[in-house]
Ligand binder design. Structure first.
Ligand code: NAD
Length: 429
């Protein structure tokens, strides 16, 4: 099928590329001209495992192209996906201005029937607004079906998640676009949940809030574990192997961050408030998440006493492993707090250093992870990159002025670290 994706970011680029990979003809649109030029020249604006090869292969095969013209994308395709940002506003509600302006742009280029699919994460009832807006701004009197198709991919595993989804959610107002949507997703061989638009939109916010809740639950338990001498990882295994619970999202640490969980959680709280429900449970999830970072910073201060003029090595800047995304990264938040306390920082991340440079000033970026600890008063693990488990611990211990490690991601075994001579502090163990 001929598909256009408007917004070529983490979601749009992965969506467009994976659709091309299964044989659809795809145009990816972005208003960021520099990004489009980079992609047209064979460059990559983001790091996502496996994505670069797929982009190159499908572009070379003529199935995937890039443009900054929404008009061209709308004209040449039957189905238009919206994958633009839906950032939070200061009060927690969602800024829908990107979705609104794309709806107008689509309308202005429409000359015949189109299916417009919202893939951005939006508050319930946004589909109705998109449909109204397109009808209002469309010059010709043409038919449109608006569909909600929320995306559940995880950054760092985005290609894998997109190619093998647990399920595909499709929200529609009528049966007319259903067949086309099923045809688009047929190659992925996943169960399709076909529902009304409002339910589809709510599924996304409810699902992300539930995952955030699971993380806050284990983080709250980590506090009880620390106070009782229990081990939160053993608890997580004991709970997680119970299939009714599941092990995923049960890793205690610095709390959740990134461009989705914090914003989707506050959006869901706000949406509930607007319909008259005070979602206190989710407010508590937010509070636990904020406390978790406070407690970790306190742990560092309690151990090092005064941070002014101390040098701290930080491993990890991305908000989680396998990505270069630093948006609302707990690791960046931690760095900023340590800087505020007067510490000097030596930092490393396998992929996120270019993006972190734009946010973190006055820190030393170190290319070699094994060299970070040199001359530091302590070393902090802030992101759960698997390669950090292979850190040259002996070299780190010798390089530190005092062998202190704060492991915010519970990557190492406490007994082994202590045996090596580290003063080792982790979370909930
Ligand atoms: P992003 O910021 O990485 O990409 C969005 C892109 O849209 C940018 O390249 C921007 O230039 C472009 N854009 C903005 N306005 C435009 C316009 N008028 N015309 C053309 N392009 C335009 O954002 P993202 O992380 O891909 O998120 C997009 C949506 O998907 C959000 O609603 C987000 O909540 C949701 N989502 C994100 C993830 C994730 O892991 N990142 C997962 C699921 C859902």
């Amino acid at each position: 099928m001929k598909l256009t994706i408007i917004g070529t970011g983490y979601v749009g680029l992965v969506t467009g590329t994976c659709f091309a990979e299964v044989g659809h003809q795809v145009i990816c649109v972005d208003k960021d001209v520099a990004k489009v030029k980079l992609l047209q020249a064979g460059g990559m604006p983001i790091y996502e495992p496996g994505l670069e090869d797929l982009v190159k292969r499908n572009a070379a095969a003529g199935r995937l192209s890039f443009t900054s013209s929404t008009g061209e994308g709308v004209e040449k395709s039957d189905v238009i996906f919206i994958a633009v940002p839906t950032p939070p506003q200061p009060d927690g509600s969602v800024d829908l201005s990107f979705v609104e302006s794309v709806s107008r742009e689509i309308a202005q280029s429409m000359t015949g029937y189109k299916i417009v699919v919202d893939k951005s994460t939006v508050p319930v009832k946004t589909g109705d607004k998109v449909a109204e807006t397109i009808k209002r701004y469309c010059k010709a009197k043409v038919e449109v079906d608006v569909v909600s198709n929320p995306e559940f991919l995880r950054e760092g595993f985005a290609v894998e998640d997109f190619m093998k989804p647990d399920r595909v959610v499709i929200g529609v107002r009528s049966q007319r676009p259903v067949q086309a949507m099923k045809k688009i997703y047929e190659p992925f061989k996943a169960p399709v949940i076909c529902t009304d638009i409002n339910s589809a939109e709510l599924i996304k916010h409810a699902a992300n809030s539930f995952l955030a809740l699971k993380i806050s639950y284990i983080n709250a338990i980590s506090v009880v574990c620390e106070a009782t001498g229990a081990n939160v990882q053993e608890l997580a295994n004991g709970m997680g192997m119970y299939t009714r619970i599941g092990r995923r999202f049960l890793d205690a640490g610095l709390g959740f961050g990134g461009s989705c969980f914090p914003k989707d959680l506050s959006a869901f709280i706000k949406i509930s408030e607007q319909v008259g429900y005070d979602f206190k449970l989710l407010k508590e999830v937010q509070r636990i998440n904020a406390d978790q970072m406070d407690r970790f910073v306190k742990k560092i201060i309690d151990t090092l006493w005064v941070l002014k003029d101390k040098t701290i090595g930080v491993l990890g800047l991305a908000f989680k492993q396998n990505t270069d995304d630093v948006r609302l990264s707990p690791a960046i938040d931690l760095c900023q707090r340590l800087l505020k306390e007067g510490a000097r920082l030596r930092v490393h991340d396998p992929k996120a250093m270019p993006k972190a440079r734009a946010i973190l000033n006055d820190v030393e970026f170190v290319e070699d992870m094994d060299a970070v600890a040199e001359g530091c008063d302590a070393l902090v693990i802030a992101t759960e990159w698997p390669q950090f488990k292979k850190l040259d611990l002996e070299r780190a211990r010798r390089g530190l002025t005092h062998p202190i490690m704060f492991d915010g991601r519970n990557l190492f075994d406490r007994a082994e670290m202590e045996e090596m001579g580290f003063i080792y502090k982790s979370v909930g163990r």
